[in-house]
Write a protein that binds this ligand. Structure first.
Ligand code: FAD
Ligand code: SF4
Length: 473
C-alpha cells in the first residue's frame, strides 16, 4: 500500500513532456509540420504519468472510447506494436486523431491528473504510437473474414467514409469508395493544411485500406455521374453517404463579390489539394495577399490565417464578433496562430467591403460589439455598439464563418429525408436514413463537427450495415 502511494507521488512529480516544435518565426514561412513529435524517451516518460485508473474517465471522454490506459501501459512497456493495435480496436486513424482531435475538451479535459495539475498528453502519445508503427512497423494487414459476396458503395472519402470502408472490408464485404475530388481524404486533404496534418499520413491510411481490398474511385461525383438508384441497379447491396458539409457560408453584406474575397473552403482547397503553395511546381492560381483579414475564429479560420502568413502575408488578422472566451477553435491552434504573429480583433464585426475601380477589395468597414444575453446556441449574442464604426485596409479577405450541407446529392435523391438545414436525418443508433439500404453519417448528418465524431458515426453505421447484410436488419 505504502509502495503504491510512493509510486503515485513520483508519477505526479513528472512534468508533462513538452512537444518539440518548429520556432514560430521559422515555421510561419514554411508548410512543414509544426510539432516534431515526442521522442521515444519522452513518450515513455509521459506514459509513466498515467495513473492507470480503475475507472478511467479519459475513456468516457473519448467519443470512440479508445482503451486509453490500455494503450498507454503497453507504450510505457515499450510494446509499441501492441500499443497501436490496442488503439486500432476503436480508432482506425490514430495518426490523424493524435494531431487534430480537440483532446483538451475530450479525454484530456477529464483525465484525473488534470484535477491537480496538467493532464496526461493522451493525444501526443496516440500520435507517437501511430507514427512509430508507420515508420517502423511491418505493415501487417489485420485478419479479414471470408468474402460475403455483398457489395457496398461508400460515397465520400472523409474520415467517416474511410472508417466505414475499413470496418466493412474486414467483415468480408466488397467495398468501393466514390470520391468527387481527384484525391481521397475529404477535409483531411482539402481543408486541414500540411503544417497541421501532412498529406503523406492521409495517403498512408488510404493506401492501407486499398491494400486490404477497398477500391477507391476518384473524380466520381455521385448524384451527377451516377444516382443512388443506379448504384443499386449496378448490384450494390448498401450505400453509405459520408459527403460532409462543404458548402461555404457567406456574410451577405455589401461588396462581398469583390475580387480578393474567398470562402475559406476555396482558399484552403486551392492551397492544400491543388498545391498552390508549391508554386512553380504547381501553377494553381491563388491571391497571395500582403494584408489579409480572416473572418471567423474556428479551426478553419486559424488554418486560413496561418496559411496566408505562409503564402507571404505581412499582416494576417482574425476578425471575430464574439470575445476570446467564445473562440471555437482548438486551444493549440489559437496558441500557434498567435505565436506566429496572427493578430486577433475580438468583438468586431464587418458591415461592408470596400473595392477600388478595378473591383478589387481594398478595405473592410465594421463595428465594435458587446455581448448580450445568450442566443439559441447558448453563447452570448454579440450586439453592435453605436458610433463604433472603423475601417481596416486589406487586399485579401477569407470568409470562414461556417459551412452547410451541399445539396447536390441530397436534393437529387428521392426518398431521403432532410432536416430544415438540408442535413440528412438518420436513426441515431444505426445511421439508417429514410431510404432503404442507405446509411449516412459525419458532417452531412450533424453539420460541421469533428474528425472523431465523423469516425464514430461511421463505425455505428458499419455495424448496422453488416447486420443488415448478414441478418436482414
Ligand atoms: P468530409 O471530411 O467533409 O469528407 C466528405 C467527402 O465527400 C469529401 O472528400 C467530398 O469531396 C466528398 N463528396 C461530397 N459530395 C460528394 C458526392 N456527391 N460524390 C462523391 N463524393 C462527394 N476537426 C477536428 O476534429 N479537428 C480539427 O482540427 C479540424 N480542423 C478543420 C479544419 C478545416 C479547414 C475544416 C474544413 C474542418 C476541420 N475539422 C476539424 C472538421 C473535420 O474535418 C470534419 O468534421 C470531418 O472531416 C467530417 O468528416 P466527413 O467524413 O463527414 O466529411
Ligand atoms: Fe491515465 Fe488520465 Fe486516463 Fe487516468 S484518466 S487512466 S491518469 S489518462
Amino acid at each position: 500500500m505504502a509502495e503504491e502511494g510512493t509510486k503515485k507521488v513520483k508519477k505526479e512529480k513528472i512534468p508533462r513532456q513538452p512537444m518539440p516544435e518548429q520556432a514560430p518565426e521559422v515555421r510561419a514561412k514554411n508548410f512543414d509540420e509544426v510539432p516534431f513529435g515526442l521522442s521515444r524517451k519522452a513518450a515513455i516518460k509521459e506514459a509513466e504519468r498515467c495513473l492507470q485508473c480503475k475507472k478511467p474517465s479519459c475513456v468516457a471522454g473519448c467519443p470512440v472510447e479508445v482503451d486509453i490506459p490500455g494503450f498507454i501501459k503497453l507504450l510505457k512497456e515499450g510494446e509499441f506494436a501492441k500499443s497501436i493495435r490496442k488503439v486500432w480496436e476503436r480508432n482506425a486513424l490514430p495518426a490523424v486523431c493524435g494531431r487534430v482531435c480537440p483532446q483538451e475538451i475530450q479525454c484530456e479535459e477529464v483525465c484525473i491528473v488534470a484535477k491537480k495539475g496538467v493532464p496526461v498528453a493522451i493525444g501526443n502519445l496516440e500520435r507517437f504510437v501511430a507514427d512509430h508503427e508507420r515508420m517502423h512497423g511491418k505493415g501487417e494487414l489485420p485478419p479479414k473474414a471470408e468474402p460475403t459476396g455483398k457489395k457496398i458503395a461508400v460515397v465520400g472519402s472523409g474520415p467517416s467514409g474511410l472508417t466505414v470502408a475499413g470496418d466493412l472490408i474486414l467483415k468480408g464485404h466488397d467495398v468501393t469508395i466514390f470520391e468527387a475530388f481527384h484525391s481521397p481524404g475529404g477535409v483531411l486533404v482539402y481543408g486541414i493544411p500540411e503544417f497541421r496534418l501532412p498529406k503523406d499520413i492521409v495517403s498512408h491510411e488510404v493506401n492501407f485500406l486499398e491494400r486490404q481490398g477497398v477500391k477507391v474511385e476518384c473524380n466520381a461525383v455521385v448524384g451527377r455521374i451516377i444516382s443512388l438508384n443506379e448504384l443499386f441497379e449496378e448490384g450494390y447491396d448498401a450505400i453509405y453517404l459520408g459527403v460532409g458539409a462543404g458548402l461555404p457560408r457567406f456574410l451577405n453584406i455589401p461588396g462581398e463579390n469583390f475580387i480578393g474575397i474567398f470562402s475559406a473552403n476555396e482558399y484552403l482547397t486551392r492551397s492544400n489539394l491543388m498545391k498552390a503553395y508549391l508554386f512553380p511546381e504547381y501553377d494553381t492560381p491563388i491571391i497571395k495577399g500582403k494584408n489579409v483579414i480572416t473572418l471567423g475564429a474556428g479551426n478553419v479560420a486559424m488554418d486560413s490565417a496561418r496559411t496566408a502568413l505562409r503564402l507571404g502575408a505581412e499582416k494576417s488578422r482574425i476578425v471575430y464578433r464574439r470575445s476570446r472566451k467564445e473562440v471555437p477553435a482548438r486551444t493549440a491552434e489559437v496558441h500557434h496562430a498567435e505565436e506566429e504573429g496572427v493578430e486577433f480583433f475580438f468583438l468586431t464585426s464587418p458591415t461592408k467591403f470596400i473595392g477600388n475601380e478595378k473591383g478589387r477589395v481594398i478595405g473592410m468597414e465594421g463595428l465594435k460589439m458587446e455581448l448580450g444575453e445568450p442566443d439559441e446556441s447558448g453563447r452570448r449574442r454579440p450586439l453592435p455598439i453605436k458610433g463604433s464604426e472603423f475601417e481596416l485596409e486589406c487586399d485579401l479577405v477569407i470568409i470562414a464563418v461556417g459551412a452547410g450541407a451541399n445539396p447536390l446529392l441530397t436534393k437529387s435523391t428521392e426518398g431521403l429525408d432532410l432536416n430544415k438545414w438540408g442535413y440528412i436525418i438518420t436513426e441515431e443508433e444505426t445511421g439508417k436514413t429514410s431510404k432503404k439500404g442507405v446509411w449516412a453519417g459525419g458532417d452531412i448528418v450533424t453539420g460541421s463537427a469533428t474528425v472523431i465524431l465523423a469516425m464514430g458515426a461511421g463505425r455505428i453505421a458499419a455495424n448496422s450495415i453488416h447486420s443488415y447484410l448478414t441478418w436482414g436488419w
